[in-house]
Write a protein that binds this ligand. Structure first.
Ligand SMILES: [Zn+2]
Length: 208
C-alpha cells in the first residue's frame, strides 16, 4: 500500500515530480482512492487538476464520479497531449480511467513528472478478457508508486481482480458498467469465460 511518504515540496528545494498508479478491476475503489488523494492535496492548497478521457461519459460529463457518488470537478480530454497544455502550473494532476487513453499517455505522465508535477493515474489494469489494458501496463512499469486495489468476487466472496462481462459485446470499451460487469476472482472468472466459449486448452486448465 502506498502511504504517501512525502506529498509536498520543501521551501527553496527544486520541485520534485513522480507518478503514482492506482489500478484494479471494476468495483475495486480505484476512483475513490484517486479522489481521496486529490482531496487531501487540495485541502493543503495545492493546485490540483483532474482529467478523464472524453469517451468516459457514463455518469457525468464534467465530474469524476466514483460508484459511491463521490465526485470532483474534472476536464474531459480527447487525447492525452491536451493534458500537457491544460495542466500547466499544477502541483498535482489526477487522471481517471487511464486505460481509455492511447499509449501517448505514458509520455505525457513522464513529462509532467519530470517537470515537477505529482501525477496520479487511476485505471483498469485488465480488460474483460483479462488482458493488460491500453497504456496501463507501461504506466505501471514507469511509476514510482503502484497501488493495486481489489474488489470482492460476486460469486464466492474471495478477493477479485477480474472484470467479468455479462454482455455479449466484443468491443473492449463497453460503458454502463454496473449492468454489464461483475468483479470476479480468478477461478470464477475462468469458469464464466469457459461457459461462454469453451476452448480445449481452457477446459484442460480448469481440470487442474
Ligand atoms: Zn470467486
Amino acid at each position: 500500500m502506498f502511504i504517501e511518504p512525502r506529498v509536498g515540496n520543501r521551501h527553496n528545494a527544486p520541485r520534485r515530480g513522480w507518478i503514482e498508479v492506482v489500478c484494479g478491476s471494476m468495483f475495486s475503489g480505484k476512483t475513490e482512492e484517486l479522489i481521496r488523494r486529490l482531496t487531501r492535496a487540495r485541502i493543503a492548497r495545492q493546485q490540483v487538476e483532474i482529467f478523464k478521457p472524453a469517451v468516459d461519459t457514463r455518469y457525468d460529463v464534467d465530474d469524476v464520479v466514483s460508484h459511491n457518488a463521490a465526485r470532483i470537478r474534472s476536464t474531459p480530454v480527447a487525447i492525452a497531449s491536451e493534458i500537457l497544455l491544460l495542466a500547466a502550473g499544477s502541483d498535482v494532476v489526477g487522471i481517471d480511467e487511464g486505460q481509455f487513453f492511447d499509449d501517448s499517455l505514458v509520455d505525457v505522465c513522464q513529462q509532467l513528472a519530470n517537470n515537477g508535477t505529482r501525477v496520479i493515474v487511476a485505471g483498469l489494469d485488465m480488460d474483460y478478457l483479462g488482458r493488460p489494458f491500453g497504456p496501463m501496463p507501461a504506466l505501471l512499469a514507469t511509476a514510482e508508486y503502484v497501488t493495486k486495489v481489489h474488489a470482492v468476487c460476486v460469486c464466492c466472496g474471495e478477493i477479485a481482480s477480474y472484470s467479468y462481462r455479462n454482455a455479449a459485446s466484443e468491443n473492449q470499451v463497453l460503458l454502463g458498467e454496473t449492468d454489464s460487469y461483475e468483479a470476479r476472482c480468478r477461478p470464477c472468472f475462468l469458469e464464466g469465460m469457459q461457459a461462454k466459449a469453451p476452448a480445449p486448452e481452457a477446459r484442460s486448465a480448469a481440470a487442474h
